[in-house]
Ligand binder design. Sequence first.
Ligand SMILES: Nc1ncnc2c1ncn2[C@@H]1O[C@H](COP(=O)(O)OP(=O)(O)O)[C@@H](O)[C@H]1O
Ligand SMILES: [Mg+2]
Length: 342
Amino acid sequence: MKANTLYPRQKRPAGRGEEDSLTGRLSHLLIGQDDAIAKVVPYIQMHQANLSPEGRPLGVFLLLGPTGTGKTRTVEALAEVLHGSAKNLLRIDCGEFQMEHEVAKLIGAPPGYLGHRETQPMLTQTKLNAVITEHSAISLVLFDEIEKAAPSLTRLLLGILDKATVRLGDNTTVSFEKSLIFLTSNLGAKAIQRASKPDFGFEAMVPPGTDDPQRLQAVGMSAVKHKFSPEFVNRIDSVITYRPLNADAYDEILDHIFAAFGRLIFERLGLRAFRIQCTAAARTLILQRGTSLEFGARELKRTVQRHFMQPVAALVAQGRIPPGSTIVLDTRGGDFNLLLRH
Ligand SMILES: Nc1ncnc2c1ncn2[C@@H]1O[C@H](COP(=O)(O)OP(=O)(O)O)[C@@H](O)[C@H]1O
Ligand SMILES: [Mg+2]
């Protein structure tokens, strides 16, 4: 079934009428993290029903768990579904705000202070409004890797989470009342990995049944309570723990990676475009090499990049792929092998 699949390929047919629902559409973009989708969707529906409480963000979520399991992807998937593009989100990389003085980059320095005027703050109302579309008034705000943030950023966040506003250096305010706010952290990731035993690799030796969402949640929460103050934890609507991806999820994500590469070739190369294909053997080898407890789907992406995208790119650069032909990823002698079919 998975053998010799051509990319880009047709969208799969809609199943049981769920294709149009928010949940259905999200679950095609975010694989194997149904719990995350189930926790976020009700907050969107509250907004759509015009029943969200006032004076606070539409929803505040803390996303926890190992690297490469879809935390950032969740917010991108929401942007795609709500606004039509994964780029429609305001992302603040907290790693850039590790020092107390750097927080001024976010809200701007007050008048009279060094850097007032030169620095355009990152968190302005204009920037927030720039990520919404005519499709939805919801702005998606992502504070990535909050465990890296300086304490003053955590204090600033506390205000945003509590009152849905922040006052900038120039005394104007920014409103987050129409925002879904996502905080991601790798806090407790190791413990979550240990507590959930995915069904592949060495971990498969462990008896099944230990992958209990409530247990994962408890593990995540205890890490959060250890690091953040109770008032901070209190302002979070929902803590979502991401489980390590299982073999089925890897398999489906691999489909996405190939399909995206296929689309890229067609979009970028125009008349010089060609098709890509992958044999069952090559697929198995990618999954073997790209399945990683430590790096999640990132390792899968890297594996495809190294063994397929980059060799294909080299051939393109040398003008060695005739337009309309098909490049097949296959194996030979236990390693990857590219074939050209006319
Ligand atoms: N659950 C998932 N569903 C679909 N793609 C995923 C998933 N998890 C990871 N990926 C892929 O791996 C990449 C890295 O995932 P990301 O969401 O950035 O990880 P993190 O959990 O570290 O934020 C994404 O861009 C996406 O291509
Ligand atoms: Mg991330």
